[in-house]
Design a binder for this molecule. Structure first.
Ligand code: DOR
Ligand code: ZN
Length: 345
């Protein structure tokens, strides 16, 4: 049986939610990941450092005993974010970044930013403090096709942000297009991107062929295999330190996804590193998994790499059909399908 040992990975983009669901899912990430950047899109959103600290405390209290999982907190930018919010966040040791959601872009983004220019003074403060800006990179404009929204964001908004704030640390989150891969590859070292397991392992055909599959619906939406999925696989497995692991694992109740207006989000925390191992193995690049999963994100955020390790064994197993949590039922990504690699606990 083939085995590989890696430094413990980190998840640089994770939705843990709150309440009962958080308690149900947090242990899954904590088993596989040393740290995770925790998304702030709760209802109401996490807009101030003190809220982030209170949310972190709840996460820590929900962890399994003896877990060393470290939640790295983020702020949610709104039209009302102040420079003081940013200074307070920079002075708070548990806050590591601020997240930009264009208003209406995705789940719980209604309080997001309505016009990017509104927050330029805030972004300037972030550049000054060295606080990374994490971007949901899609334009919200009904005239722009949903499959083009990332590309148009890059062309019309991201370029201007980077020209205006050349030293700002930026992570373009959950990239889905060749356009994003090319843009990030050409940018300076202060610009990086996360890539999800679902965008590596699927494309828009998975969502539509044989009937509509709501559990493949996420935002930014899955794109074409050629050139987009292929470009993401190439970037993730290239060994470039600009691309690193961020699952965007986002649990939703089965009923809310299997609905006339199903919500966006794919749950993958239950098998995150195994899903990435599958994608890297299929590309014959398993040797590049450790850099992507455990080194490049930490280096970008200026944090030490994890010293703990995890071991994966090539021993096929089947992902559960669903998780019957205390207050919801969640269908995971790859439900009922086989994965080649399994973590040894
Ligand atoms: O599909 C998504 N789900 N994309 C996001 O940006 C947010 C997430 C969620 O919170 O459910
Ligand atoms: Zn997300």
């Amino acid at each position: 049986m083939k085995r590989i040992t890696l430094a413990k990975p980190d998840d640089w983009h994770l939705h843990l939610r709150d309440g009962a669901l958080m308690g149900d899912v947090v242990g899954m990430s904590a088993r596989q990941m040393g740290r995770a950047i925790i998304m702030p899109n709760l209802l109401p959103p996490v807009t101030e450092a003190k809220q982030a600290v209170a949310y972190r405390k709840k996460i820590i209290e929900s962890l399994p005993k003896r877990s060393s999982f470290n939640p790295l907190m983020t702020l949610y930018l709104t039209d009302n974010t102040t420079k003081k919010n940013i200074i307070d966040a920079s002075n708070e040791k548990h806050v590591f970044a601020a997240k930009l959601y264009p208003a209406g872009a995705t789940t719980n983004s209604d309080s997001g930013v309505t016009n990017l220019k509104n927050v330029y003074p805030i972004i300037e403060q972030m550049q000054k403090e060295g606080l990374p800006l994490l971007i949901h990179g899609e334009v919200i404009n009904n005239l722009v096709d949903v499959f083009d929204r990332e590309k148009v964001f890059i062309e019309t908004i991201l370029g201007d942000i980077l020209r205006s704030f050349p030293e700002l640390k930026v992570v373009l989150e959950h990239i889905t297009t060749k356009d994003a891969v090319d843009f990030v590859s050409k940018s300076k070292e202060n610009v990086a991107a996360t890539i999800t397991p679902h965008h590596l392992l699927s494309n828009r055909n998975h969502m539509f062929l044989g009937g509509i599959k709501p559990h493949y619906y996420c935002l930014p939406v899955l794109k074409r295999k050629v050139p987009h999925q292929e470009a993401l696989i190439k970037a993730a497995t290239s060994g470039s330190s600009k691309f690193f692991l961020g699952t965007d694992s986002a649990p939703h109740d089965k009923g809310q996804k299997e609905s006339a207006c199903g919500c966006a989000g794919i749950f993958s925390a239950n098998a995150a590193i195994e899903l990435y191992a599958e994608a890297f193995d299929r590309a014959a690049k398993i040797d590049k998994l450790e850099g992507f999963a455990a080194h490049f994100g930490a280096d970008f955020y200026g944090l030490p790499r994890n010293t703990e390790t995890i071991t994966l064994e090539k021993n096929p197993w089947t992902v559960p059909d669903n998780y019957d949590f205390s207050s919801s039922k969640v269908i995971p990504f790859f439900a009922g399908e086989s994965l080649s690699w399994r973590v040894l606990y």
